[in-house]
Design a protein around this ligand. Structure first.
Ligand SMILES: NC(=O)c1ccc[n+]([C@@H]2O[C@H](COP(=O)([O-])OP(=O)(O)OC[C@H]3O[C@@H](n4cnc5c(N)ncnc54)[C@H](O)[C@@H]3O)[C@@H](O)[C@H]2O)c1
Length: 325
């Protein structure tokens, strides 16, 4: 297939683009490099350096070739940031996605896979199923939920098939690929930066959550497992016009557990400073991935936090500046 990958210079998009190429697909990466890295774009992908808010570039690219599917990764991802500057997130994650849908339909694209998020749900004591109550705790999650809902209208009105993959916390490294955001606010790369001596301490936002150790609990899903979910969803869109899946491992780890495991893996003290809760954080988000397992035959393969951290640590040691030289 010929696949248009927005955000293909980012952490998850670039790794998925590489896997698509290995699986024999043709890939065009469309990325503004606002948070992505040119060096992360897989060789073998065509690259268009432009932003989704550039309707001319988008229309020109999408009509210059026949695309079978879009994988839409491009977005701003920092939930905490979205509680300080909501407009930035509504513009990039929602309005630019609406523009993408509109132009995609005009260009005759029939399938789209959306990077959605666990942040569409309310915090829950129980593992979250796709039927669990929705209720984003932050603007970021809300922009993704609104994008899912808009896509459903484009499906019913224009026949655009779509899959919404609600990822939990992406993590881990693959040969030559790792997580590098600038500035880094995600817990795992952040603690590894401390172990490398690039930052002094980790901040634990909130120690009074109703969880066993008082810190937030998240489900971590390895990037290899996210990639396999995309490949399966892409195939399934041939026969089905809509699907929404949780993509998580089903295991939860608290902030303290991740830091403690990182101390063991790196042998570094990793100082942590406790601070008040941060607006927009949910206490506990753990997936029930039963639906994608039973319907698509997907399976999480890398769920051990020590192994996840070890592979990420190897990547960070070999690439202390991420994708920058
Ligand atoms: N990382 C996670 O834990 C996680 C969890 C749930 C969902 N997601 C979703 O997965 C997707 C990818 O996340 P990531 O961690 O790879 O983020 P990332 O920041 O590494 O990648 C995002 C990419 O999109 C590009 N981009 C952003 N706005 C753009 C625009 N207007 N035009 C063109 N390119 C643009 C950036 O330059 C970057 O390359 C996002 O949609 C995110 O919301 C991520």
């Amino acid at each position: 297939m010929n696949i248009f990958v927005t955000g293909g210079a980012g952490y998850i998009g670039s790794a998925t683009a590489e896997a698509l190429i290995k699986a024999g697909h043709s890939v065009t990466v469309f990325d503004s490099l606002v948070t992505g890295h040119r060096a992360a774009i897989p060789s073998g992908a065509k690259f268009i350096h432009a932003s989704l808010d550039d309707s001319h570039a988008l229309a020109e690219t999408l009509t210059s070739a026949k695309y079978d599917a879009i994988m839409h990764f491009a977005a701003f991802i920092e939930a905490g940031d979205s509680m300080k500057d909501p407009g930035k997130f509504f513009r990039n994650n929602l309005i630019n996605s609406l523009q993408l849908m509109e132009i995609a339909v005009q260009a005759g694209v029939k399938k789209l896979v959306l990077s959605s998020t666990a942040a569409v749900y309310q915090s829950s004591e129980e593992p979250l199923t796709e039927e669990s109550p929705l209720g984003p705790a932050n603007v970021y999650g809300h922009t993704k939920l609104m994008t899912e809902q808009a896509l459903d209208w484009y499906r019913s009105i224009h026949g655009l098939h779509f899959a919404a993959l609600r990822y939990f916390n992406a993590c881990g490294a693959l040969p030559g690929r790792g997580e590098a955001h600038q500035p880094e606010s995600h817990l795992i790369p952040r603690v590894l930066q401390i172990a490398l001596g690039q930052a002094e301490s980790a901040t634990i936002f909130g120690t009074d959550y109703p969880t066993p150790d008082g810190t937030c609990i998240r489900d971590y899903i390895h990037i290899a497992d996210l990639i396999s979910a995309h490949l399966l969803a892409l195939d399934a869109l041939d026969k089905r016009d809509t699907m929404t899946y949780n993509v998580g491992s089903g295991n939860g780890f608290s902030v303290r557990e991740v830091i403690e495991t990182a101390r063991k893996v790196t042998g570094h003290a990793i100082p942590a400073v406790e601070s008040p809760r941060r607006p927009g954080d949910s206490a506990r988000l753990i997936a029930s991935p039963k639906k994608i397992i039973s319907e698509l035959g997907w399976k999480p393969t890398q769920t051990n936090m020590q192994e996840i951290l070890s592979s990420a640590w190897e990547w960070h040691k070999s690439n202390p500046n991420g994708y920058e030289k």
